[in-house]
Design a protein around this ligand. Structure first.
Ligand SMILES: Nc1ncnc2c1ncn2[C@@H]1O[C@H](COP(=O)(O)OP(=O)(O)O)[C@@H](O)[C@H]1O
Ligand SMILES: Nc1ccn([C@H]2C[C@H](O)[C@@H](COP(=O)(O)OP(=O)(O)O)O2)c(=O)n1
Length: 232
């Protein structure tokens, strides 16, 4: 989708626990941009399926259900809120039951088509800019973004971060399922392990969150300074 010159789009992809959400929010807050968590959209869709009588294997019915739903997608980096048919699901979509079931909805290609169209509408309406994070943003949703980043981190760091985030109440096997198994399932429909041409790889394993935000802001500055594509 072509973007107007004045709208600045930062696309961030990467596996679970690489730091996409925290980093993207940090960049958006620093620059006064909107923030779109596309994973939250798939989580909201998974929440709706769990509330219904449908099984996620009933792919056509699931996509119809999601097509007819009213999804409210917040883009405030200070605390985006999400609603499904008027119900606030912001906290509910972070529950382990959603993390465990979301890939089954996210691998439904008809659902992806619906949500990608919505993501492009949100990007097109952003002013003056937006940071968009997910798995297929640099490659499918916004391949013409001015800054495109693949954020990676060693699997052990990603599992440790997620474990820490969940406050130790979730067992090691469940954390590994949420990170490693989910990435394996998700990577059947989105390519986020290798950088596409023109995408800058940022490895956050040995960097603090602030350092990663700095790095992406530097890439934005390079584009503003007219030094062209900041790919490395
Ligand atoms: N560079 C970093 N160093 C240490 N911890 C980080 C870093 N980036 C993110 N985190 C932490 O790791 C966890 C997962 O980060 P998150 O942004 O949710 O990743 P993702 O969106 O890629 O799944 C969070 O608890 C976050 O605070
Ligand atoms: N653009 C996207 C974003 C997320 N997904 C899938 C992949 C994940 O299993 C779910 C939830 O994504 P989310 O970014 O919240 O996942 P994390 O828990 O941050 O790792 O959605 C996707 O397929 N495409």
């Amino acid at each position: 989708m072509p973007q107007t010159k004045s709208r600045f789009v930062v696309a961030v992809d990467g596996p679970s626990g690489s730091g996409k959400s925290s980093t993207s929010r940090g960049v958006a807050e620093r620059r006064g941009y909107a923030y779109l968590d596309t994973g939250a959209m798939y989580r909201a869709a998974a929440w709706l399926v769990l509330q219904s009588d449908l099984d996620s294997s009933e792919q056509e019915l699931v996509s119809k259900l999601i097509e007819q739903a009213d999804l409210g997608i917040g883009t405030d980096p200070a605390g985006p809120r999400f609603t499904v048919n008027g119900t606030d699901v912001t906290e509910a979509i972070r529950e382990p039951v959603i993390s465990a079931s979301v890939s089954a909805v996210a691998t439904n290609l008809a659902v992806r088509e619906l949500l990608i169209a919505r993501q492009r509408e949100i990007i097109a309406a952003a002013d003056p800019g937006i940071v968009v994070e997910g798995r297929d943003i640099t490659t499918v949703v916004a391949p013409d973004a001015q800054v495109r980043v693949l954020l990676v981190a060693d699997p052990s760091a990603r599992v440790a971060r997620r474990k820490n985030e969940l406050g130790g109440v979730v067992g090691d096997d469940d954390v590994r399922d949420q990170v490693i198994r989910r990435d394996r399932d998700d990577s059947t429909v989105a390519q986020f392990h290798d950088a596409a041409p023109g995408v800058t790889v940022v490895d956050s394993t040995e960097l603090t969150l602030d350092e990663v935000v700095d790095r992406i802001c530097e890439l934005i500055d390079q584009v503003h300074a007219g030094s062209g594509s900041p790919s490395s």
